[in-house]
Each structure stands twice: as structure tokens, then as C-alpha cells.
Write a protein that binds this ligand. Structure first.
Ligand SMILES: Nc1ncnc2c1ncn2[C@@H]1O[C@H](COP(=O)(O)OP(=O)(O)O)[C@@H](O)[C@H]1O
Ligand SMILES: [Mg+2]
Ligand SMILES: [Zn+2]
Length: 516
């Protein structure tokens, strides 16, 4: 049978976008063989073997002749196994084993196993969003990718189990109903949290500071001896954060999708991320990167929390590269093959001991650290980095009498309601701008929305002089004061709000004591 040139639609991931890729399949008589051209990486080139076995193991004939598979346009790099399915379908069409009844405006994505099963691929959500925007009407995907693809509105998602099912569908021999998901029920599920603030004894001061941080999305640093409950407190933060909006959930899900971190079950990320990378994580792991740059921890924490426990144990380079995303809410990763910008609007939560032995400034225990060790410990945290942490608090060791008492604090659910109300005030105030929380206000917005009365202004001026605060700290205090007022439901920022916000610059105030 004479073969014909077949063109199919697929896609390539480019950062967080899907680019349209055409898979052209053509053959000539001659010795059997296939070559794949159009900047394929190793995984794409390995398609040849998978496709060959998948075709024969699905009951089709492996077509004779020499096949050339061209992935166009040729100037963008194609990676991963997602072209297996379109290539196999292209070869079946080209050799006349199936007809193209259902191929119009259809994108085909999927890896094949040797026995013909269609396997899920990374990045289905961004690929399908871009395809829909480019006018594609239908997507043929693995069963395990169907929920994720179906998050995209106005796109018909056809899930297939294996190559045979895909072939029968395209041939018009099999009906497959488009897959649909109930977004609202996915969204409403998974709003329950196992860890509650009510489990934490004492530490009222820390709990209040964490509530303020959650309400305004402020970065926070907790300093305290080992065992005082810093990690315990941080892990309970997700339970008091405001829920994600649908738009935010999609933005977060895209990042997890391209990183391959979406499990088959959870197609949509509905909770704010909580990332806690170990202090041995490299700067690439934190910021993102690789041969073709992938999102790092700062992006996986987008719209959520980046928890850096044992803060000074991180490499200095790692801590310094945090400055760009902390400032801009996004991160640009350049590697030889490409430069991508990924969103990274996270709330930094850091925890540390006051010194390597943990007893520095403890009223009872003695610190055994030699001065040079103490100095090296604190010098990891540069001034510009600390300046970007709005709230700095001490978390002291619990007294024995507090430890034996039952915990008596408020439930996370109650605290969360307050946080949500405060965040709603911010959203309304910042409507139409790119900032969604007080922490993200621009300098202009800070001036506009954080006006102080005379008394508050005078108080802040005194504090600035007294504590020798930088211009950056000044703005941070204003923003935190704004959040404290929002928690109280007050449009006016009073001197009490400013006084409390100033308290949270404990490192500015204690700089000398802490040797920084
Ligand atoms: N305030 C607290 N209330 C209840 N348990 C606490 C408290 N602080 C510490 N603990 C107990 O001590 C353990 C160690 O606390 P952790 O949060 O790891 O301390 P840190 O991170 O400050 O070293 C916790 O798992 C918890 O069992
Ligand atoms: Mg800890
Ligand atoms: Zn010490």
C-alpha cells in the first residue's frame, strides 16, 4: 500500500507554555527503519523502540519502509516521551491501517509502553491551556491525564487506555465520551487539615505573629532554642492560610504539572503549597534549573509557604539567591538551552536556633559556642536578606509549668476565619493591581494605603531613630501595621498597630546582642 504524508498535532513544553508542534510522518520504500528529526532529545529518539513494540503488541502490522518523523518547527527543542502516541498513530495512518475520522483540530499526547498502554505525561495542563487558546478543540490523552486535561474549559478531552483504543476511536469504530470533572467538588474536598494550632501549648506571642504573617502574607523568622516548638508552629500555618482562588489554584497546578509532581489522583492543587526543602538542597533545587530549566522550590511554593527550617544551615549562595524572588515574586532561570521565568510569590517562613548549641541568650542554660562560631553562624544571614523578613520573633523555651498544662489555644479554624476576613479587606483595597496582599504592595501603594495619623507617625519616627532602621524596614513596618489594622477591621492605622509592628523587628532591635 502506498504511504501518504501524515500531519498530526502535538505540543512541546516551553517553560509554563505549550507550543504547537506538528508531527509529520512520511515513508519511502526501502530498508526498514525510522529517523526522528526536529531537535529531539534522547527520550524522544527512544520513541522508535517503544512505538515499534507498541504497534505490533496492539495487533497491528509494523509498516514496511523507511519512516521519517519530523517534529516541526525545527528550532525548538523537543523533550520527553509525549510524542510516542502521535508517532504511532501517524505510522498507522500513513500505512493505511486506520483512517482519520476523528482527527480534526485534535491534539495527541502520550507515552507508550511496550505493550501499547498509553501513559501519562508531564505538563498536560499548560499544554492543553495553550492548545485551547490556539484553537484546538479536542485532546487525546492517557486515562491518567484526563482529570488534569479536563480542567481546561472549552476543550473536549478524550481519554484512552491504549494504542488500540486510540486507533479505534480515530478510525470511527469506538465511541469515547469526553471526560468531565466537577471543579467545585474537587475544590471543596481537601480543605481539612490534620495539624491544629490548638495542639500548641503557650507561645501566644508566636501564634499571634504567625496569624499576622498569614493574614498579610508577610515573611517571618522564628528564633528560639531547640524544642521550643518552631517546627511545630510552622507546620500548622497551612491550616490558617486563606483558601486559594481558582485562578491561583490553576497557576500552582501548572507548576506542579510541568515538574511532574501531580499525582494521578489530585489533578488540581486546591491547597496552598507548603514546601520545606532540607538545608542541603542546592541552589538549583531552590531556585530552579537543570539542562532545560525546571521550577525550583521557590516556584513550587508559589501562592503558599516556603519553610526553611534551620535557616543558617543553608549554603550562603542558596540564601542569597532567595533575594530576587523575595523581591520580585518571580524567578528567572537561565541555562545554556533556554531562559524561563517562573512565578515565585511565596511567603517565607524561616526558623533557627539562636546559636549552634541553641542556648545563646537563654535565661537558664549556658551557651557553649566559641565567639567565632557564633559569628560565622549569624554572618550567613546578610542584612539585605533579613531586611526582607517583615516579622522576626523569638520563640522561647516553654516553662515547665506551661509544658505540663493542657494546650488551651484557639482552633486553627477560628484563626483562619480572621485571616480570611483580613485578606478580603486587602483584596478589595488592592483590586485591579497585581498585589493581592499587604506584603506585596508597591512603594506607591504603601504610601497610599498606609497613611498614619500624627501620633502613629511620631511613634514610628522615634522607633526608626532609636533602632537605626533602614528605609526598607520602614516600609515593612508600615505594611505589617496595615495587616494588624486589617485584622481588627480598621481602615485607620493607629499608634497601637505601629507599636506592635515595630516589635516584630526583633533583629533590628537586638542586633548588638545577636552579634549581627
Ligand atoms: N509549645 C508546645 N506545645 C506542645 N508541644 C510542644 C511545644 N513545643 C515543643 N513541643 C514538643 O516538642 C517537640 C519538638 O518541637 P519542635 O517544634 O520540633 O521544636 P523546634 O523546632 O523549636 O526545635 C514537638 O514535636 C512537640 O511534641
Ligand atoms: Mg525544629
Ligand atoms: Zn551556643
Amino acid at each position: 500500500m502506498p504511504s501518504v504524508l501524515i500531519k498530526l498535532r502535538s505540543s512541546a513544553l516551553h517553560g509554563l507554555d505549550g507550543l504547537q508542534v506538528e508531527v509529520e510522518v512520511d515513508s519511502i520504500r526501502g530498508l526498514p527503519g525510522q529517523s526522528i528529526v526536529g531537535l529531539p532529545d534522547a527520550a524522544v529518539r527512544e520513541s522508535r523502540d517503544r512505538v515499534k513494540f507498541a504497534i505490533t503488541n496492539s495487533g497491528f502490522e509494523f509498516p514496511a519502509g523507511y519512516f521519517t518523523i519530523n517534529l516541526a518547527p525545527g528550532n525548538i527543542r523537543k523533550e520527553g516521551p509525549l510524542y510516542d502516541l502521535p508517532i504511532a498513530v501517524g505510522m498507522l495512518l500513513s500505512s493505511g491501517q486506520i483512517k482519520a475520522e476523528n482527527l480534526h483540530q485534535t491534539i495527541i499526547l502520550g507515552e507508550l509502553s511496550l505493550n501499547g498502554e498509553v501513559r501519562p505525561i508531564n505538563g498536560v495542563l499548560p499544554i492543553c491551556l495553550s492548545a485551547r487558546d490556539a484553537g484546538i478543540k479536542r485532546a487525546l490523552v492517557a486515562n491518567d491525564n484526563a482529570d488534569e486535561a479536563a480542567l481546561v474549559s472549552d476543550l473536549e478531552v478524550i481519554p484512552v487506555k491504549d494504542l488500540l483504543e486510540a486507533a479505534e476511536y480515530l478510525n470511527g469504530d469506538r465511541t469515547i465520551l469526553p471526560h468531565a470533572v466537577d471543579l467545585k467538588s474537587i475544590f471543596d474536598a481537601g480543605q481539612e487539615f490534620d495539624l491544629d494550632f490548638a495542639d500548641v501549648k503557650g507561645q501566644q506571642h508566636a501564634k499571634r505573629a504567625l496569624m499576622i504573617a498569614a493574614a498579610g502574607s508577610h515573611n517571618i523568622l522564628m528564633i528560639g532554642p531547640p524544642g521550643s516548638g518552631k517546627t511545630m508552629l510552622a507546620k500548622r500555618l497551612p491550616g490558617i492560610m486563606p483558601p486559594l482562588s481558582m485562578e491561583e489554584a490553576l497557576a500552582v497546578t501548572k507548576l506542579y504539572s510541568v515538574t511532574g509532581l501531580l499525582s494521578g489522583k489530585a489533578a488540581l492543587i486546591t491547597r496552598r503549597p507548603f514546601r520545606s526543602p532540607h538545608h542541603t538542597t542546592s541552589d538549583i533545587g531552590i531556585i530552579g534549573g537543570g539542562r532545560l530549566p525546571r521550577p525550583g522550590e521557590v516556584s513550587l511554593a508559589h501562592h503558599g509557604i516556603l519553610f526553611l527550617d534551620e535557616f543558617p544551615e543553608f549554603e550562603r549562595e542558596v540564601l542569597e539567591v532567595l533575594r530576587q524572588p523575595l523581591e520580585d515574586g518571580k524567578v528567572t532561570v537561565s541555562r545554556a538551552l533556554a531562559t524561563f521565568t517562573y512565578p515565585a510569590e511565596f511567603m517565607l517562613v524561616a526558623a533557627m536556633n539562636p546559636c549552634p548549641c541553641g542556648n545563646y541568650m537563654d535565661p537558664v542554660k549556658n551557651c557553649l559556642c566559641p565567639p567565632h562560631k557564633l559569628q560565622r553562624y549569624w554572618s550567613k544571614l546578610s542584612r539585605p536578606l533579613l531586611d526582607r523578613i517583615d516579622i522576626q520573633i523569638e520563640v522561647p523555651r516553654l516553662k515547665n509549668e506551661e509544658l505540663i498544662k493542657q494546650p488551651s489555644g484557639e482552633l486553627s479554624l477560628v484563626i483562619r476565619e480572621r485571616v480570611i476576613a483580613a485578606r478580603e479587606r486587602q483584596t478589595a483595597r488592592l483590586k485591579g493591581s497585581s498585589a493581592h496582599s499587604n506584603a506585596r504592595m508597591t512603594p506607591k501603594q504603601t504610601r497610599e494605603f498606609c497613611r498614619l495619623d500624627e501620633e502613629a507617625e511620631a511613634l514610628l519616627k522615634t522607633a526608626i531613630l532609636h533602632l537605626k532602621l533602614s528605609g526598607r524596614s520602614y516600609d515593612r513596618i508600615l505594611k505589617v501595621a496595615r495587616t494588624i489594622a486589617d485584622l481588627e477591621g480598621s481602615e485607620i492605622i493607629s499608634s497601637a498597630h505601629v507599636a506592635e509592628a515595630t516589635q516584630y523587628r526583633s533583629l533590628d532591635a537586638k542586633g548588638g546582642d545577636y552579634n549581627v
